[in-house]
Design a protein around this ligand. Structure first.
Ligand SMILES: C[S@@+](CC[C@H](N)C(=O)[O-])C[C@H]1O[C@@H](n2cnc3c(N)ncnc32)[C@H](O)[C@@H]1O
Length: 277
């Protein structure tokens, strides 16, 4: 079983317990600290656990390096974890003031503060529109460029403030989410190259899976979900996959009341039906 996003090992622990001594769990993550926690949590499992500090876009090469041929299951629980959202070292949250960073993988060169500092107005607007799907992207970009002349936008609080000022009353009226949500989503996607990494994972999956093996992806916004949906559909048309979830599975009301952050989650599952790669 490949856990492409092992985090602190919550999912892997449950899978590992079900697998028993013959099983192997291979966990990927770009956050080393989370992996240390996962290692601790998975210690008591009877199955073999291999942790790989690597981007899941490298799944095929990494499994080859481990000498593993054919996975029965790939799970990807995309995005960032609750501990990462709260930790100031990642600079992801607009609910608290923290250094504006957003790099989940510390090997990445360009932080969110760099993007906000150096990108020209049009490119900023395009980024917020493309990755945040915010129709007020031009106005937000204009406010950012004006504000950064007066003071450096180096914290999440300052950026959230600028976005709120840009949206004024429109921000409040248009939806129940915080006005800065879409801008922050856009920056996080850009900093961590999230969509390209997901594409690479989806493209590698048929090569990595055994016949009958399954891939399950939990996504948290429409840009990710669309990539998963169209990838599964394309593979179905090419007789590579059978789609298990005709419609994505979404959390129940009960689950949302217990964990608000799962409210936008969508789970899609496909099974490889073709032979070979
Ligand atoms: C939602 S959390 C997963 C939580 C995990 N399922 C658990 O039960 O603890 C997503 C994790 O994926 C990691 N991640 C995000 N993008 C990644 C990528 N491209 N490659 C590897 N890990 C990634 C993040 O660092 C984070 O730990």
């Amino acid at each position: 079983m490949v856990d492409a996003t092992i985090g602190q090992g919550g999912h892997s622990y449950l899978f590992g317990r079900a697998l028993g001594p013959q099983g192997v769990v291979i966990g990927f993550d770009v956050d080393e600290k989370a992996m240390e926690k996962a290692e601790e949590r998975l210690k008591t499992l009877k199955c073999r656990v291999i942790l790989v500090h690597s981007n899941f876009s490298q799944i095929a090469d990494e499994l080859n390096n481990q000498g593993i041929k054919g996975a029965d299951f790939i799970l990807a629980d995309l995005g960032v974890s609750s501990p990462q959202l709260g930790a100031s070292e990642f600079g992801l949250s607009f609910l608290e003031d923290m250094p504006l960073d957003m790099r989940i993988d510390k090997r990445i060169q360009r932080s969110a503060a760099d993007i906000i500092k150096y990108l020209d107005e049009k490119s900023l607007a395009d980024l917020i529109y493309q990755y945040g799907e915010d129709r007020a992207s031009r106005r937000i970009a204009r406010f950012i460029v004006q504000s950064r002349k007066d003071f450096p936008i180096t914290t999440t609080g300052r950026l959230a403030n600028v976005v709120c000022r840009a949206l004024g009353n429109r921000g409040k009226g248009r939806s129940r989410i915080h006005p800065a949500t879409r801008t922050f989503q856009a920056l996080r996607i850009a900093v961590n190259d999230e969509l390209e990494n997901l594409k690479a994972l989806l493209d590698s999956a048929p090569e990595v899976l055994k016949r009958g093996g399954r891939i399950a992806v939990i996504s948290f916004h429409s840009l990710e979900d669309r990539l998963v949906k169209y990838n599964f559909r394309k593979n179905k048309e090419e007789n590579v996959y059978e789609i298990i979830t005709k419609k994505p599975l979404i959390p129940t009301r009960q689950e949302i009341s217990e964990n608000r952050r799962c409210r936008s989650a969508k789970l899609r599952i496909a099974r490889k039906i073709s032979e070979g790669d």
